[in-house]
Design a protein around this ligand. Sequence first.
Ligand code: SAM
Ligand code: SF4
Length: 336
Amino acid sequence: MEVSSKNLLVDPFGRQISYLRLSVTDRCNFRCIYCMSEEMEFLPKSKVLSLEELYLIGKAFNELGVSKIRLTGGEPLVRNDIVSLAKKLSNLPRLHELVMTTNGALLQHMALPLRDAGIKRLNISIDSLDRRSFRNLTRYGNLEQVERGIEAALEVGFDRIKLNSVILKGKNDNEVIDLVNFARDKDLDLTFIEEMPLGNIKTHQRKETLMTSEKLRNLISSHYMLRPLGEPGKLDGPSRYYGMEGTRTKIGFISPHSNNFCHLCNRVRVTAEGRLLLCLGHENSIDLRAILRNKKANFEDLKRAIVTGLSNKPLSHEFKENHEPAVLRFMNATGG
Ligand code: SAM
Ligand code: SF4
C-alpha cells in the first residue's frame, strides 16, 4: 500500500511536522566547548548516511509534507559534495525552503556555490568577536576565517543571514553588546541560544555558566530599545524575536530552560547515522538507516516507518533543573 502524499506528519498531540533538520555529518573542524569534548570519537564512515541516503530521507519527508529542510551537523561544510546534495534537495517539488546552519569557517569559498545550489538562508554561529576568546570557545576556530565567511555570504546575497550565539557566563558574557552591534552594523539577525545540557563536558559546570535569555534581554535593553515582535510562532520556530529601533536587525532568544516552547514544536531531526530523533531532549529514535540498507525494504517502507515513528513524539523535552545532561549524545551528533 502506498503512503498518501497529504501531510501525514501529525503527532499524537496534534502538532503538524513541516520542518526537518538533517545532519549530514557528525564531524566538525571546531570543538566548541559547549558542544563537544576535546577528544571526540566520530562515527566510522560506513555508519554515516551516504549522499543518496540523505537525499532519499529528504525526499521521503518532503512527500509526507515537510516543506523546510535545514542541513546541519556537525559542520555541514566539511561533508564532501554537500553542494550536490543541496542542489538535489532544493529541487524537491514540495520544498519551500532549504537552509543551512554552519560555523562559517569554510564559507568564504562555498557561499556562492551554496546559494547557486538553492540554499535560501544561512545561520552562522559566532560566539565571540575577540580572536583569543573565539579560539578558546571553539578550540580550533579562526575568527578571521569566519569573518571572511560572513562577508562572502553577504556579498553573495542570501534571502537572510542570521547569526547564532551561545553565551557562557565568565567566558563571553562581556561580548553580548559587541555581538549585537556587529549584527546591527551588518544588517543581520542574531539569536542567542541558552546552552543545553547535551553530552558530558569537562570544561565548565553548565549550571554555573548558564546565561538565561532573560538576563541577556535585560542587558541588551539597557543599551537598545527592544520591541517584542510577537510570541514564538510555528514559522519562526522557538525563537522569541525583538526588533531594534532604527534597524532591520531582529534579536532572537531561544530559551529551552527558561521558556518551554515544546507546544509549538513542528520539527524532527535525522542524525548523520540515520536515526530519526523525535525530540532534542529525549533518547528515543527510529533507525531509518536500517530500512534504507535493507534490500527487502523499499521507499514506501521508509515513509511508513517515519509516519509510524511520529506516533512516539513526546510532548516535551525535560531538561533537568540541575543541568545534568538530559541525553548523553552531544549536539553535533544530534544535528543542531
Ligand atoms: N556546526 C554548525 C554550527 O556550529 O553552526 C552546525 C551544527 S551546531 C551543533 C548548531 C548550533 O547548535 C550552533 O549554533 C551551536 O552554537 C549550537 N549548539 C551546540 N551545542 C549546543 C548546546 N549544548 N547548547 C545550545 N546550543 C548548542
Ligand atoms: Fe562544531 Fe557547530 Fe558543534 Fe561548534 S557548535 S563544535 S562548530 S558542530
